[in-house]
Design a protein around this ligand. Sequence first.
Ligand code: ING
Length: 312
Amino acid sequence: MSRVLTVGCAQLGPIQRRDTRVEVVQRLLALLHKAHARGCQLVVFPEMALTTFFPRWYMTDQAEIDSFFEDSMPNAATQILFDEAKRLGIGFYLGYSELATEGNRRMHYNSAILVDRRGKTVGKYRKIHLPGHAEHEPQRPFQHLEKRYYDVGDLGFPVWRAFDGVVGMCICNDRRWPETYRVMGLQGVELLMLGYNTPEFNAAIVEPAHHRMLHHFITMQAGAYQNGTWVVAAAKAGIEEGCMLIGGSCIIAPTGEIVAAANTLGDELLVHDVDLDATTPIKTSVFNFAKHRRPEHYKLIVERAGAVPPPE
Ligand code: ING
């Protein structure tokens, strides 16, 4: 009997600075109800799904920065989402900015929470690959200050037994790094969920526009195939405060094929019957890690951060 999970990938259109969490949660509920009508058992929402992508601005007032964070999850604004998902028997991934207290330190994480169909929190992930820069770069048309506002995630890349399979999470820039998929692949991940907010324009590199989408898709398709896992990627998309965020939400099979893709920049739901057993052929043949991998030759991957070319 195949383990088939009907999964919803819930893309969000733009969230403007003036949009309240209450208004945004209403949009999340509308997508949740659409997912219920389509028979979903799990819904993946984007990264930073409750607020605008605030790292585009240089801010110095910590209270203003903290206003984009949640000091608990669920909380007053999101409890209704948690309650309704539980009532409908739908689990979900929700990306949000997490304010955590560790000892006497206030930590700021770009986080995602995973809740199962009974409304139980399965796990949490805190973004590890923080892109962009830490200092104000006024020459940029807009900033990308994730390195300034967030701490590096401290939970690693865990996986959990849930939804009748092995599931894992990552966030946005993590999807560009093969290590993200492989660490979860080495734990047997079968369904990898992620949300993202990706500006169409990247001040750090002059590149043709089509490279944006190429690199977005190719990294996840490769990660899915090379680790025999499903990948579900939900965008926050569209023009937020004058800054275009790419769409391209999608569901990718363990073969690397895109089986569902968004074609708008707004609130849009993709649905696919994810057969978790479809991961087995890849995991037991071409990417049978135990049979084929040679970690004794991979040491540099863990020991070295930056590239070191051979001497001239
Ligand atoms: N956004 C972007 C991402 O990795 C980025 C950052 C943009 C990196 C463009 C490289 C090129 O999709 C987040 N939030 O990580």
